[in-house]
Design a protein around this ligand. Sequence first.
Ligand code: URA
Length: 232
Amino acid sequence: MKLAQILYSQGFGARRECEGLIVSGLVTVEGRPCDDPFAEFTPTGLHFTVRGESWPWFEKALIVLHKPAGYECSQKPKHHPSVMNLLPGPLRRREVQPVGRLDEDTTGLLLLTDDGALIHRLTSPKKHVPKVYEVGCKHAVTPEQIERLMAGVVLDDSPIAVRAAACESIGELGLRLTLLEGKYHQVKRMVAAVGNRVEALHRSAFGELALPADLASGQWRWLPGPEVLYPA
Ligand code: URA
């Protein structure tokens, strides 16, 4: 693939803009400067820099973001900035989208990708991808509440009960809850349905991927591919 085409595919602007970056000497490939927009490279596994910033080539982008509170997952946020503001221009230009949504006040693991088929696979209720939430509750968590969350509760938008795939208390006011679906406000509504109230919500895992301990709030990183989300 030609270098200008490579930059274009990774969200560095229109073809002309990409050619401009290259002829201006702002691009290196595998550590060497390259000012020829038509130089050919094999993109898979390629590392390049633009204005000194390092980029790996990925046909489809898949990233994990440690979402802070105070950001909306919507592309057109109403009351708070969008999580897109936390990403660099090339990823925004590639139109990566959140895989499902976290509420504005929820923190933790948010996946984003420009792979529409992957979003569908990961959010389809039929696929049963587990999501783990750490919940801070207003009232002490009782064994009965845990039993009811595991047995299933009926929410107001469907007569079919939703149940936690796993649920355990963490201290007096905490819960760790694993869900296989991703309904609107699901954790908050389930916890309310058993007579408690969510005061803090953090997603700690999605599929097999745990939020990396060294990924600070507001930071993102590349994932090598969707296989990190599935059992080996
Ligand atoms: N359940 C909720 O209630 N909110 C979230 O952000 C995620 C799951």
